[in-house]
Design a protein around this ligand. Structure first.
Ligand SMILES: O=C(O)c1cc(C(=O)O)oc(=O)c1
Length: 305
């Protein structure tokens, strides 16, 4: 028994995912996933907004192998706050097959940043989703960005589409590569060529340093169908949005499972079927290789790319 009690209604990750029908290209990277604890070994942060189930590094690596991926990028989950130990432990255990994205505070020392770098961390995450984190002043974030820029790291940003106008000036002054989580969470019930998503495309078009993860259809979809029971055409309403980004910015897109899928309320997807979503948004072998191999390798393993 864990000392932690899960948030009421918490959905655990899907056990026994199917084998994807879509075979990912050799060397593919799952560029957005997390580990949770285990809480008894790596306690969740006191300031967390949710308490998840455990999702260990061994379980993550088993999923990687099952789905046919070669590597992972493990993103610090907000339930661990700025205590990066679980993520760092997973990166170290992966034997070079994982990189990390950390959460740090202004008080982080240069020595600590160097240790994170040695463990495989190549970026920091700034989170603006109000249900997940407390507000951090922008001057603190900008100071952190300036420091990590010197290490060659990038900034990952997570925000809701409605907040992009207000955050625009801050985002466009960041001195690093900037990677947007989950396409900036578009409202996919709005038109793909409407003003809200057009602003996001403009953000990428006018700023060559901005990349996007075309991930999380299971989070963004309104009408489904869900990636369950062998469904090969899951989350159809998200396809036009993700495909648009992949086709317009083929060299600045990443894909990830988002396993273990924190805070899903409706259903937990079969991760094998999530992989089968990829050819719908990246329809050619060339786009698939850029999305799954070339782009993440350039960003996270430039010495091997
Ligand atoms: O939408 C979310 O709830 C969510 C949460 C986290 C996190 O807690 O770190 O990460 C994600 O990529 C997505």
């Amino acid at each position: 028994m864990s000392a932690f009690e899960k948030t009421p209604g918490w959905l655990d990750w899907y056990a026994g995912p199917s084998k994807p029908k879509f075979q990912v290209p050799a060397g593919a990277v799952d560029a957005h996933c997390h580990v949770f604890g285990p809480g008894d070994e790596f306690p969740f942060a006191p300031e967390r907004k949710y308490t998840p189930c455990d999702a260990s590094k061994q379980q993550l690596f088993a999923l990687r192998d099952h789905l046919g991926f070669a590597r992972n990028v493990i993103v610090q989950a907000t339930c661990h706050g700025s205590d990066n130990r679980a993520m760092v432990d997973a990166c170290k255990a992966a034997g070079g097959k994982a990189r990390g994205v950390a959460t740090v505070r202004r008080s982080v020392t240069d020595e600590e940043l160097q240790e994170l770098h040695a463990a495989g961390v190549r970026g920091v995450r700034f989170n603006f989703v109000k249900r997940l984190v407390d507000f951090t002043p922008k001057d603190e974030l900008m100071e952190i960005a300036g420091r990590i820029a010197k290490l060659g790291w990038h900034v990952v940003i997570y925000f809701e589409a409605v907040d992009l106008p207000e955050l625009w000036d801050f985002f466009t002054s960041l001195p690093t590569t900037v990677v947007v989580d989950h396409m900036g969470r578009p409202d996919v019930s709005k038109p793909v060529d409407g003003p809200e998503f057009e602003l996001f495309l403009k953000f990428m078009r006018e700023h060559q340093n901005v990349w996007s993860k075309v991930s999380c259809p299971e989070r963004l979809s309104v009408t489904g169908p869900k990636a369950l029971d062998g469904e090969q055409n899951a989350y159809r309403d998200v396809v036009p949005f993700a495909r648009r980004v992949v086709e317009e910015f083929p060299d600045r897109v990443l894909w990830g499972t988002d396993w273990p899928h924190p805070n899903l309320k409706d259903h937990m997807p079969d991760d094998g079927l999530l992989v089968d979503f990829i050819p719908h948004i990246a329809p050619t072998a060339e786009l698939q290789k850029k999305l799954l191999v070339d782009n993440p390798m350039r960003l996270y393993w430039p010495e091997e790319a």
